[in-house]
Design a protein around this ligand. Structure first.
Ligand SMILES: [Cu+2]
Length: 94
């Protein structure tokens, strides 16, 4: 029983440390189609519905989005698909 308990504790530790690795990742996306100030609102709405996306900041003057996400739950590719699905194809800024 004691051994089992130690195993359970070790498993809990692993879960905790793996979620610590899933620290928010940030990606900057270029969205050339953002041509008026309401465009980013549409995009932001779509992105905030995506699993794992924690925040979306808009740099309208640069036509960029700064997206924070949990890389255990989503990927930049999925985020780009999501912006494209509401009419705004995007790409990772270089
Ligand atoms: Cu617009």
């Amino acid at each position: 029983m004691k051994r089992l308990h130690a195993l359970a504790a070790a498993a809990t530790f692993l879960i905790v440390s793996s979620s610590a690795w899933a620290a928010p990742t940030t990606v900057i996306l270029e969205v050339p189609g953002m041509t008026c100030p309401t465009c980013p609102i549409t995009i932001k709405k779509a992105l905030m519905k995506e699993q794992g996306v924690s925040s979306v900041a808009v740099r309208y003057e640069k036509k960029e989005l700064v997206v924070s996400f949990d890389n255990a739950k989503t990927t930049p590719a999925k985020i780009m698909q999501s912006t494209a699905s509401v009419g705004f194809p995007s790409q990772v800024a270089k």
